[in-house]
Design a protein around this ligand. Sequence first.
Ligand SMILES: NC(=O)c1ccc[n+]([C@@H]2O[C@H](COP(=O)([O-])OP(=O)(O)OC[C@H]3O[C@@H](n4cnc5c(N)ncnc54)[C@H](O)[C@@H]3O)[C@@H](O)[C@H]2O)c1
Length: 339
Amino acid sequence: MERIRFLQAGYGLFGEGWVDLLLRSPHATLQGVIDTSFEARERFEKRFGDRGIPTFQSIEEALQKIEAQAILITVPNQFHHEIAEKALATNLHVLSEKPLADTFENAVKIYQAWRQKSHLVYMVSQNYRFKPEIQALRKAVAEGICGNLGYIAYTFHKAWRFGGWREKMEYPLLEDMSIHHFDILRFVLGREPQKVIMESFNPPWSWFQGNASATGTIIFAGDIRVNYFGSWVSFGKTTSWNGDIFIYGDQGTLSLENDLLFFASREGKKEGLPFSKHETDGRIQVLEEFCSAVRENRQPLVSLPDNLWTFALTCASVESAKRKTWVELTELMSLVGGA
Ligand SMILES: NC(=O)c1ccc[n+]([C@@H]2O[C@H](COP(=O)([O-])OP(=O)(O)OC[C@H]3O[C@@H](n4cnc5c(N)ncnc54)[C@H](O)[C@@H]3O)[C@@H](O)[C@H]2O)c1
């Protein structure tokens, strides 16, 4: 099996874990690591200096010296588009951390750059949808266990201190966390969002400068209503990273609670739904899918055109929080053209 030759841009909080995955994967080889920070490059060299993997300060320097097939982007959100566009210009396949970009405008720029090179694989790592409990939830919905779907209650509570750029973002929860939940909703329902109204706020004890909490309603095709509440500063009763999801239909309620699956019938009889559970945050599966797509010369499961919808829902939620009105997804998706 051909191993895909990777460059990795970004060796920070999440990038460290990605290096471990790339080095252990039978699908990939790591050719070089790019990070603008001297401290990050030194940290990499201390851990992996014996492997002879070079580090670079810029993508330009790396591209001059290394012949790679693909780039893994794991730099902060605001730098995704600049690295993606340079990588596409030199014919690299791209595996990018979520979110696709920092603004919808920059996402459209990436999309337009990719359209000129659409033989290249562009995948966004929405790793949550590859977790076994999310796959099982989707399967149960597809099998129609709830009957006709009506509405969903989605809650997410965590208290997490990252430090760094997230604590300075205007909408850290919506832009960096809820995006996972929005992608789960699209994946599980197999439907696209149509409009959203979102309120965003910052509880008095929050350590984030921007809004660490949000609540609102999303309407999906088929008039399925999602009531969403998320907070990154909740103490006491918290949820898993996936959050708790209750899906109501005319035959009962399907739920994901603390990453376990349940079904409660119309009569209220609740039982667990077994599924094969294994420890993963989904990234191993993301990497495998990306490398297979490169080898097989096909588009991956979370392709760029697909992921524009998840990112559009995130941007529409932020826009709604700013305007304090409903925002239609078509407002953003009409900017894309041909997606
Ligand atoms: N899928 C998930 O569950 C998940 C979890 C955490 C982070 N992420 C995503 O991963 C990305 C990175 O997040 P993080 O927490 O690791 O951030 P981080 O700040 O800890 O690390 C980012 C690294 O990128 C480097 N960098 C910045 N600009 C650069 C550039 N232009 N070229 C090369 N290197 C550059 C920084 O020096 C830093 O070392 C973000 O997009 C984030 O949303 C995803």
